[in-house]
Design a protein around this ligand. Structure first.
Ligand SMILES: NC(=O)c1ccc[n+]([C@@H]2O[C@H](COP(=O)([O-])OP(=O)(O)OC[C@H]3O[C@@H](n4cnc5c(N)ncnc54)[C@H](O)[C@@H]3O)[C@@H](O)[C@H]2O)c1
Length: 355
């Protein structure tokens, strides 16, 4: 089997390549990346050492796909993954649109003409921000918790958010590119007879992840705490109570493998995947974890709200477990330990992966 990974030098793309090669005998991987993400260059050599055939190219350019070998599957992991992309001070809205959505036409034409299946890495950010902010929450031990004693809307339970939760706008500019990409990919797959799987991923985290305050938060927070950088709890009264679940891309690789091996052509195509309730943590809890490991360092409180911020997101793995027997295996403490060890070995990491 041959797999093409776009964004192969990114955090998810490179970790997926490594993990899929470990898990699948006889697999060969080729990958394309334009190396725009600061830090992604560091993965080019690593990928080549693993035997990944690397192509320096841009998914926005149709001609960059012409020279690529044919693959049985494409894993599309090239994107601008920041929820603030498109807003002032970040990538422009046009750039976001071109990288995350216009480029999809080239990916889909490749799948159509080369008869490849497609796996899209979508996001928890496709969900409605008003619906998420209206969820009933209570504060316990410095973290928001879903108050499931109260009536809950469709698509959310104590296990987390599933594929049925509202995707009504606004979902953020970034989230809208992902949501639109899902619809177009499913339509191409249906029209031209190739399999499409869509995974709405919660936060991915692990050693070697590039980190900024708006993307790669676990990596950013641990590196910034260790280096005693100024840090801020933004919004939510400056409390740091906002909660995310996190999982390692090597666990995602197991789900991708199950999807590629499934011959099922009908039924559910969109799944949620994440760390789940067991792998969830608030920023304040993450600070406490860092304090215990590196010594005390207090973030500032900045209660001004930031666009698109949401207090609580945990992804449900119920569908993926039912249909693929999948659940994340790496516990959050192991993920955090890995990031911390990497941070200790790479004092320059924030500069290297900063925008
Ligand atoms: N990291 C997360 O928490 C998370 C969560 C949900 C979904 N996702 C999705 O997973 C995918 C990978 O995210 P990541 O965290 O690895 O991000 P990343 O920034 O680490 O990796 C993205 C890679 O894509 C490359 N790239 C960007 N635009 C490109 C283009 N036009 N042509 C070729 N290469 C291009 C970048 O150089 C980078 O190496 C994205 O689609 C993202 O939306 C990520």
């Amino acid at each position: 089997m041959k797999i093409l990974i776009t964004g192969v030098c990114g955090f998810a793309g490179s970790a997926l390549a490594r993990s899929l090669l470990e898990r699948m005998e006889g697999l060969s991987i080729c990958g394309m990346d334009n190396l725009t993400r600061p830090g992604s260059e560091t993965n080019r050599r690593r990928m080549q050492q693993l035997g990944v055939e690397f192509f320096h190219g841009d998914i926005r350019a149709a001609s960059d796909f012409e020279g690529l070998p044919s693959a049985d599957w494409i894993v599309d992991a090239a994107a601008n993954p920041s929820v603030l992309a498109g807003l002032a001070g970040h990538a422009s809205s046009r750039q976001l649109f071109e990288h995350n959505l216009c480029s999809l036409g080239n990916v889909l034409e490749y799948a159509k003409t080369r008869k490849a299946g497609l796996i899209l890495l979508s996001s928890s950010r496709v969900y409605s921000i008003p619906a998420l902010t209206e969820l009933p929450l209570r504060v316990e031990n410095k973290a928001f918790h879903l108050d499931d004693a109260k009536p809950l809307p469709r698509g959310v339970s104590a296990e987390g958010i599933d594929a049925d939760f509202s995707t009504a706008a606004p979902v953020s500019l970034y989230g809208s590119t992902k949501l639109a990409a899902e619809a177009v990919a499913l339509e191409y797959g249906h029209a031209f007879g190739f399999p499409v799987w869509i995974n709405r991923c919660g936060v991915l985290a692990g050693a070697g992840q590039f980190g900024t305050p708006d993307q790669g938060i676990f990596s950013y927070w641990i590196n910034a705490h260790l280096r005693r950088r100024p840090m801020r709890y933004i919004g939510f009264d400056g409390s740091g109570h906002q909660v995310r679940d996190a999982f390692h891309p090597r666990d995602l690789a197991a789900l991708l493998m199950a999807q590629m091996q499934s011959g099922r052509g009908e039924g559910q195509r969109i799944y949620t995947a994440g760390g789940g309730p067991a792998n969830a943590m608030s920023l304040a809890e993450l600070t406490a974890w860092c304090d215990a490991r590196f010594g005390m360092h207090a973030p500032e409180r900045d209660s001004r709200p930031r666009p698109y911020d949401i207090p609580w997101v945990i992804m449900s793995n119920r569908g993926a477990e039912r249909d693929f027997g999948w659940r994340p295996e790496t516990g959050l403490p192991t993920v955090l330990d890995g990031i911390a060890a990497h941070a200790e070995q790479h004092p320059e990491w924030l500069e290297l992966s900063g925008r």
